[in-house]
Write a protein that binds this ligand. Structure first.
Ligand code: ADP
Ligand code: ZN
Ligand code: ZN
Length: 692
């Protein structure tokens, strides 16, 4: 039997038998060395034609092997030879049949239970209600009930919906007018303006038409709070998150493919799910960096979502308070509809912004005296205070005051971060862990000291200043389990005066009604970084974290400590707002010929021997100079990770066609050149997010 394209097949591979995907049906002469397959595992395309076509597009666009693309898409559990079938929980339905059960009171009780609880019930529910398996089997034997597939759960709308404000009405009306056909829209609405409410109304309409909806959210936003909002509204919404087992993940995949799941909420990889009848894609916080995969198939889920919506000819809604420059440019040029929400829903005010010039100030654990007073004032007034610092750990450096020795990771050449409780020096790049030496490793004269501020240290300082106020620290170290994170968030939402210290994990998506002050300990680093996207990212982070302030009745304040109170980027951001800042940034990108005006790709190479990647990249550069502008080879921002030296080339083309053409030539060159040294690894990143 010939497999269809996209079907799984069992193939011989050396002495093993592996699962593979059929990608071509008529082997040509070039394939003569191929061995026959052992077995065809699927009668149909396992991906569905639409997702398979998307895979082909991904392979071309990202210049990645089709096999690896398909391998990324296919759930791990589908690599076994088992049939791909949806497993429903054991479920029974009442038949039409009647019978006299007066001599079997237990069986009669079970039938009565079906009559009162509805005609279709799961075995688990019956047993929980006290019915024995033998009783279930007995009435099944009499034909009174029959096994059935589980009925897809019934969606029901929450009874009370907020009354949309005039802006929301206008936006919703515009969206509802264009539901059939490809229609990309950017919902550009300030924090707390009621974007989510718009998503919910739109989804409601799509569900009423029987269509499926995919909602993509950033990794950090996938908290029970977000999911609960959808589940409260619709009764059901399936979630694709990283804690699912392989089997659960496959089951969700298969149910979406059959159309049994109406609403799927998920992070980046959810865009690679098959659907029977997808009618809408929503990308929430579309600017978020976690939509870009940073290894293997380096795709942007946001960009893929737009492409997929186009293929399917359906609407797509990108929402953010701080849209990325790519999307803003698309909105300005008319490719996307630009929909705006400029006021907070429910009447809350936007917070006021203040710069705090800390030149010449002494900081205690990162806090200037004026900031300490402001914090104290807000706590005394019964508010909560959020202190933002984008670095976890106790201190970013540990150094000797006598000789200047600094603790660095021997594998990465990067400073190691000091952590306390338990005390450890940790490399944030390769996770290497060491005990902090009590006297200097180099001179032995003095004990090294902690320099700089991380969340642990800021928390320690704040606890010393406000010992009677509860303090919650939220960063990757304190929230390893989702349950612990949720516990902390719940305590915060009770609203009593408290200090919240955290990294960007605190900045996004949360609704803390009682936060009246947001303090940013240091905004300068982000505006000075070498990465061309750093100002954009820093501005997004500041606006997002500021958006946690004053979300309810009490007005909020944002205080930003800075050594550069005249920095034009910072001033334009807080005085004129994000859109004005973004417009300036776009102008400067256009002048420098950077994305989104010119497409970019990055070639990275790494090896234990630093000469190899430089030689490799230099040769490529020479070959490509007539195709496009090539920058490098330059050391990667972290030049050495886990004992490997990393270098990169940045390539900029005048348009997509030129870029793709050049990248094809690049790959041909690599393939045809003499074999590369075994220890040299390279990777290609189309539309890279982090370049430095
Ligand atoms: P965003 O997604 O833009 O940050 P949300 O949809 O989370 O905004 O809305 C912020 C808050 O305002 C939420 O608590 C939400 O329930 C509430 N809200 C949204 N729309 C309305 C409305 N029309 N009237 C009253 N409250 C609203
Ligand atoms: Zn020393
Ligand atoms: Zn390291």
């Amino acid at each position: 039997m010939t497999p269809v394209i996209g079907a799984r097949v069992a193939v011989p591979f050396g002495r093993q038998r592996l699962t593979a995907i059929c990608v071509a049906q008529n082997p040509t002469d070039a394939h003569r060395t191929l061995k026959p397959i052992h077995a065809v595992l699927d009668a149909e395309n396992a991906f569905g034609d639409e997702l398979y076509d998307l895979a082909s597009w991904l392979a071309e666009y990202y210049h990645h092997p089709l096999g690896e693309v398909l391998g990324t898409i296919l759930p791990v559990a589908a690599r076994r030879e088992a049939e791909l079938i949806v497993q429903y929980p054991e479920t029974w339905r009442r038949t039409e049949k009647c019978s006299n059960l007066s001599r079997a009171p237990k069986q009669q009780a079970l039938l009565d239970y079906f009559a009162t609880e509805g005609g279709v019930l799961q075995a688990a529910q019956l047993r929980a209600a006290g019915f024995a398996r033998t009783t279930i089997r007995a009435i099944a034997g009499k034909g009174l009930i029959a096994p059935t597939e589980q009925a897809p759960p019934h969606e029901q709308l929450a009874a009370e919906l907020p009354v949309l404000n005039p802006e929301q009405c206008e936006v919703l009306k515009a969206l509802l007018e264009r539901l059939d056909g490809f229609a990309p829209s950017l919902l550009d609405g300030i924090t707390g303006s009621g974007k989510t409410e718009i998503y919910l109304r739109l989804i409601e309409r799509l569900r009423a038409q029987g269509q499926q909806v995919l909602v993509l959210v950033p990794e950090i936003a996938l908290t029970p709070q977000t999911v609960a909002r959808f589940q409260d509204r619709f009764g059901v919404a399936e979630v694709l998150h990283s804690n699912l087992s392989d089997t659960q993940r496959l089951q969700t995949w298969l149910k979406c493919k059959r159309g049994d799941i109406g609403i799927l909420i998920g992070t980046r990889s959810a865009i690679l799910t098959p659907f029977a009848n997808l009618g809408l894609i929503v990308v929430d916080e579309e600017h978020d960096g976690s939509f870009k995969q940073t290894d293997g198939l380096r795709y942007s889920a946001r960009d893929v979502a737009v492409k997929r919506a186009q293929n399917l000819n359906i609407p797509i809604l990108l929402g953010s308070a701080t849209p990325c420059l790519e999307s803003l440019l698309n909105a300005q040029s008319g490719r996307y509809r630009h929909l705006r929400l400029t006021k907070r829903a429910g009447g809350a005010e936007l917070p006021s912004f203040h710069l705090l010039d800390i030149r010449g100030h002494t900081l205690t654990d990162g806090l200037s005296v004026p900031l300490q007073r402001i914090i104290s004032r807000h706590l005394n007034a019964g508010g909560q205070v959020l202190v933002f610092i984008n670095r976890r750990g106790y201190a970013p450096s540990y150094l000797c005051p006598h000789c200047g020795w600094r603790a660095t990771c021997p594998q990465c050449d990067m400073p190691m971060t000091l952590h306390k409780t338990p005390a450890a020096l940790i490399c944030h790049h390769c996770a290497r862990r060491e005990n902090p030496p009590s006297s200097c490793t180099a001179c032995g004269q003095q004990a090294p000291i902690a320099v700089g501020i991380g969340t642990q240290r800021a928390a320690e300082g704040l606890l010393a200043l406000f010992p009677d106020t509860p303090l919650y620290r939220i960063d990757r170290d304190t929230t390893r389990s989702a349950r612990r994170m949720e516990e902390q968030l719940r305590a915060i939402r009770q609203g009593k005066p408290a200090v919240l210290v955290g990294t960007q994990m605190l900045a996004k998506g949360h609704h803390f009604p009682n936060v009246t002050l947001v303090a940013v300990l240091n905004a300068d680093g982000g505006f000075c970084s070498a990465d061309f996207r750093a100002p954009e990212r820093t501005a997004q982070l500041i606006i997002q974290v500021a958006g946690r302030a004053g979300r309810a009745k009490r007005p909020g304040q944002v205080w930003i400590q800075t050594y550069q109170p005249e920095n034009p980027l910072l001033v334009s951001l807080i005085e004129e707002g994000y859109e004005s800042f973004a417009t300036c940034e776009l102008t400067s990108r256009r002048r420098s010929g950077l994305p989104p005006y010119r497409p970019m790709a990055m070639l990275r190479a790494e090896s234990r021997d630093s000469a190899l990647p430089i030689a490799f990249l230099s040769e490529i550069r020479t070959a490509l100079l007539d195709e496009f502008e090539v920058l490098g080879p330059a050391p990667a921002p972290i030049q050495r990770i886990a004992d490997r030296y990393r270098f990169q080339l940045l390539m900029l083309a005048d348009n997509r066609r030129t870029l793709h053409h050049g990248l094809h030539r690049l790959q041909e060159k690599i393939a045809s050149d003499k074999p590369l040294p075994a220890s040299l690894r390279w990777s290609l990143d189309v539309d890279p997010y982090d370049t430095f």
